[in-house]
Design a binder for this molecule. Structure first.
Ligand code: ARG
Length: 562
């Protein structure tokens, strides 16, 4: 039912082997104006081969092509335009969606291939930031989209659980920390200690030496240091788990930076063997001057390894462990240079798979136009923010639909959905303004609007007691047709959003589908008792299926009642 493909095949049969089907397929476009039909084939490239003017080719093809899914073909200058037979096509599309259900739009393009997605990756002993929220939401959507496209997705949480900050934290804890306080409220307390360290270190610089000492102890396996580290890590993970549970997101691996501790010596040795290391101020670096980039720091003067060293080891490890075809890093745009350097070093090491690594950057979350940062000591816990959204959603529902049975469950779907949709509806590189009231509006570009439209379609089906096997005879009026054309596009939309690593393509799509379905709902008497009722109900069902699946790809649930 891929009409582009069918159109290409039709054209191909009349060209007597002068061109390949695939080539023709790749040339087919959508006409700019819908008065020019549904499919367009530009004949320019054939002109040379056929030794004919493109206008002539278009004209000849238009007289020859005759297929049931086309009402007619028309030569428009050098273009061959195809007009769908609405009766035939609408019937096929609606039937297909009703049969394939949530599998509609799935592809086997990625079958047998693996994509790894490095996302979320918060830092231990620090609050889960807004930036990490973006990474979490975008990364999870991309993983879902990759799966829909046929790939096996491996979700990796590259925890920030190693680095000099642990020297600082251990120092601070030993000086000012209290065990019960950390147990009671780990993230708040550990972050408080971290902030305290920085304040004190400004006045007492020797604290920095102490922190370096403790990090060295940690790296060389000192028992006390390692016990503390392990404890901080566990407590932090428990806190992060609450957020993942609210968002309903799970990972295949929590192998973070610390996991690579015993894998770095080999990498450093390999860099040496490949003659890539040089000394700069006592530190070991890979020079990237030829590429107009600052050197990539591999080992500090004191022998300590760095973020980049661990990422090198991680990439090499993952390529061996997962044999990925693609490997995405969903990390804020402020780390662009880091990833450019990382990929370049791997390339210099001779790894051809370095070309399949991709940094997927995104913009900031702003509050009143300003960057949202965890100001000194004042921590906004993400868990509280999400809970606030759920609470607001609950109040909303209580006033709008007091009868609703499972209000709490639905409020969770709506509150969480609002946050996710607000993030994903814009291209990821844009900054986004964080405003809960805006996110939870019933009208406008919100997750709630899409969820509401989905619930509306479910409610129509309930009212009609629509059966499972609705008979479909095709719909040709313009309101239906607009909706059907959008439904048809779903498989392409998934492909596009995968190719561009851009969940917003799907978010925009479900918004558009909702808007046009609501127009349809306003104009057409869906439940009128006539010969087309069953077809209309099948269309409503198709809309419900696609909205639900689209939202699911974004990581948002679609309640049947709202
Ligand atoms: N923990 C890092 C941060 O918060 C993000 C890690 C991203 N992943 C990676 N492989 N570097 O900035």
């Amino acid at each position: 039912m891929n009409y582009r493909q069918q159109f290409a095949e039709e054209i191909y049969t009349h060209l007597q082997g002068l061109s390949e089907v695939d080539e023709i397929h790749s040339l087919i476009e959508e006409p700019k104006y819908n008065t020019h039909g549904d499919l367009a084939f530009p004949c320019f490239t054939l002109a040379k081969k056929l030794k004919k003017a493109p206008q002539q080719i278009a004209k000849e093809l238009s007289t020859k092509i005759d297929a049931p899914f086309l009402e007619k073909t028309v030569a428009e200058g050098p273009y061959l335009n195809g007009f769908f037979n609405k009766q035939v096509v609408s019937k096929q599309v609606i039937r297909r969606i009703n049969t394939e259900k949530e599998d509609y739009g799935s592809s086997s393009a990625g079958a047998g291939k693996i994509v790894t997605l490095d996302f979320s990756s918060p830092n231990i002993a620090k609050p889960f930031s807004m930036g990490h929220l973006r990474s979490t939401v975008i990364g999870n959507a991309l993983a879902n989209i990759s799966e829909k496209y046929g790939y096996k997705a491996i979700r990796i949480n590259h925890l920030g659980d190693w680095g000099t900050q642990f020297g600082k934290l251990i120092t601070a804890y030993k000086k000012w920390g209290l065990e019960e306080k950390v147990r009671e409220n780990p993230i708040k307390e550990l972050f408080y200690l971290y902030v305290m360290f920085h304040e004190q270190a400004e006045k007492h610089p020797h604290l920095e030496d102490e922190a370096r000492f403790w990090f060295k102890q940690l790296e060389s396996g000192n028992e006390e240091a390692n016990q503390l580290w392990k404890w901080f890590r566990e407590e932090s993970l428990k806190e992060f788990a609450k957020i993942y549970e609210l968002l309903d997101i799970a990972f295949d691996s929590y192998d973070g930076e610390a996991f690579y501790n015993d894998k770095m010596d080999k990498v450093v040795q390999e860099l040496k063997n490949k003659d890539l290391l040089s000394l700069s101020d006592g530190a070991e670096v890979v020079e990237l001057a030829a590429e107009n980039m600052p050197p990539c720091l591999i080992k500090k003067k004191d022998g300590a390894t760095l973020y980049a060293t661990r990422d090198l080891a991680a990439a090499i490890y993952r390529s061996r462990a997962y044999h990925f075809e693609k490997s995405f890093y969903i990390v804020g745009q402020e780390q662009r240079l880091h990833f450019e350097q990382l990929f370049l070093v791997l390339q210099k090491m001779g790894y051809d798979w370095a070309a399949s690594l991709k940094h997927v950057p995104f913009g900031f979350i702003l509050k009143d136009g300003k960057k949202m940062s965890t100001r000194k000591g004042k921590v906004v816990l993400l868990e509280d923010v999400i809970k606030e959204a759920i609470d607001l959603a609950y109040q909303n529902i209580k006033t709008k639909n007091p009868e609703l049975e499972n209000k709490e469950e639905v409020a969770k779907m709506v509150g969480v959905g609002a946050i996710i949709f607000h993030d994903l509806k814009n291209e990821r590189q844009n900054n986004i303004e964080f405003n809960l009231d805006e996110m939870l509006k019933f009208e406008g570009s919100t997750g709630l609007y899409v969820q509401y439209t989905h619930a509306r379609s479910c409610s129509i089906l309930r009212k009609a007691s629509a059966e499972n096997n609705l008979s479909v005879s095709g719909l040709t009026d313009s309101y239906s047709w607009t909706v059907i054309k959008i439904l048809m596009d779903f498989p392409n939309v998934i492909e596009k959003s995968f190719q561009q690593a851009e969940p917003s393509v799907i978010a925009k799509y479900v918004l558009k589908l909702s808007q046009d379905f609501n127009k349809y709902y306003g104009q057409v008497k869906i439940l009128a008792d006539d010969a087309e009722q069953s077809s209309r109900l099948a269309l409503v069902k198709s809309v419900a299926i696609v909205l639900k699946e689209g939202l699911k790809l974004l990581g948002i649930k679609a309640p049947e009642k709202l």
